[in-house]
Design a protein around this ligand. Structure first.
Ligand code: FNR
Length: 399
């Protein structure tokens, strides 16, 4: 994957080349330009999107406290840059579950991307694939996993699973994902039921009830067999069936073994926040852990994910890679997460803002900006490799 990135995108374009290119071409005067600061990118997306679509993406659980805590947690750690470290030759690539990643970045699973742009996941997956950045496709995507794979072309991609109640449907999803070239399964444990999302409730907006975001279900032979009439003929009944099979609230850690045994692909668990949950997951044989609170969309008033990352990393003892998401907005955020022990991070909402503003090209531009920012931030902090970054490169704001 690193190879393909280097072939299509010369390495220097992630380094100072990108910065100079922007200054030279004066890109800001181009009306199609993707705003560089993520706050402006979000504002531009907001001006384009309906209130329902904007709130679907921006919204979180309850008062939004957890989403704010995710962002605030980054301010509590400060980088201490080192000087004269020979940063002339840099490589921030890594190997992760059989992939060579050019940078410690993946695209987070985000459902119903047609809310941002009609091409939805097809556009964001294609942009990521062209840069060799792994794309994690949400189970509740607008397009089926096969369609997204076709649209994206060759590139690393994983499938995120909302673990259905029905084992046959689970097996079908897992099998289809493997057939379609997804090389790992990320099971999301924090959403056995949707959180209390005030902004979405206020507008009574739940895309699934209209059948949007259910392409993986509606194209699935097992799901279709369970319906009296095909989804095309009776969307409300199919959506109702989806709500019934979406999850099983009675599951406990020992049940994870069943999922582990149901696929030979690497299995990661997403939504881990407590060190003991990380240990439980490892005991059930998972291959990776994603520290995440679903962007603050599930439990209001919870801890920011960066706050819990060190505890989870310590509990894992390097047995499996620990990935991270929740509030990654800039290169320095990636630095802090890596310094606290994350192998790589997942980028969430900013991808949807870029998608809303510029479709596939928007996502590409945003990723190139983030990659250049990441490279420069690591370099100017004195680092040439991910392995050079550690907890000693940070101080806490308090101490
Ligand atoms: C999500 N997230 C998510 N996670 C998941 O496992 N499956 C999903 O379908 C979705 N859908 C989804 C929709 C929207 C609109 C958002 C914003 C988020 C959570 C996502 O993978 C990730 O954990 C968060 O986005 C990280 O937080 P930030 O950095 O985006 O704030």
């Amino acid at each position: 994957m690193g190879q393909s990135m280097h072939a299509s995108e010369p390495q220097r374009s992630f380094q100072t080349g990108r910065q100079i290119e922007i200054y030279r071409t004066g890109k800001r005067i181009d009306p199609g330009f993707i705003p560089l600061a993520v706050e402006q990118l979000e504002e531009k997306a907001r001006s384009i999107l309906s209130a329902e679509a904007y709130d679907w993406i921006a919204g979180s659980a309850g008062s939004g406290g957890t989403a704010r805590n995710n962002l605030a947690a980054f301010d509590r750690w400060r980088i201490v840059p080192r000087m004269l470290c020979d940063i002339s030759s840099r490589d921030f690539g890594l190997s992760l579950l059989g992939h060579d990643l050019p940078l410690p970045l993946l695209i987070a699973p985000i459902g119903v991307q047609a809310a941002a742009h009609p091409e939805g996941e097809k556009a964001s997956a294609a942009a990521a694939a062209a840069l060799g950045i792994p794309f994690v496709l949400s189970n509740v995507a607008t397009f089926s996993m096969e369609e997204v794979a076709r649209a994206a072309g060759p590139g690393p991609r994983w499938f995120q699973l909302y673990w259905p109640k029905d084992p046959e449907l689970t097996a079908s999803f897992l099998d289809r994902a493997k057939q379609a070239g997804y090389t790992a399964i990320v099971v999301t444990l924090d959403t056995q039921s949707l959180g209390w999302r005030e902004r979405n409730l206020q507008l009574a907006f739940l895309p699934f009830l209209q059948g949007t975001g259910l392409a993986n279900y509606f194209t699935d032979p097992v799901f279709r067999r369970s319906l009296a009439r095909p989804p095309e003929e009776d969307v409300p009944a199919a959506a109702e069936r989806y709500l019934q099979v979406f999850s099983d609230l009675s599951r406990t850690w020992k049940d994870l073994r069943l999922l582990r045994e149901a696929t030979d692909l690497p299995l990661l668990v997403k939504g881990i926040q407590h060190p003991e949950d990380a240990r439980q997951a490892i005991d059930q044989g998972v291959d990776g852990i994603v520290v995440s609170n679903h962007g603050g969309r599930q439990v209001d008033g919870s801890v920011g994910t960066l706050e819990v990352l060190p505890g989870v990393v310590d509990a894992v003892h390097d047995q499996v890679p620990v990935l991270f998401d929740g509030g990654i907005r800039r290169g320095v955020d990636v630095f802090k997460a890596v310094a606290l022990g994350a192998r790589a991070v997942l980028v969430g909402r900013p991808i949807l803002w870029a998608l809303a503003v510029g479709g596939r090209e928007g996502v590409r531009e945003h990723l190139l900006n983030l990659a250049a920012d990441l490279d420069l931030s690591f370099a100017l902090a004195g680092k040439s490799r991910l392995a050079d970054v550690g907890r000693g490169d940070l101080v806490s704001a308090a101490g």
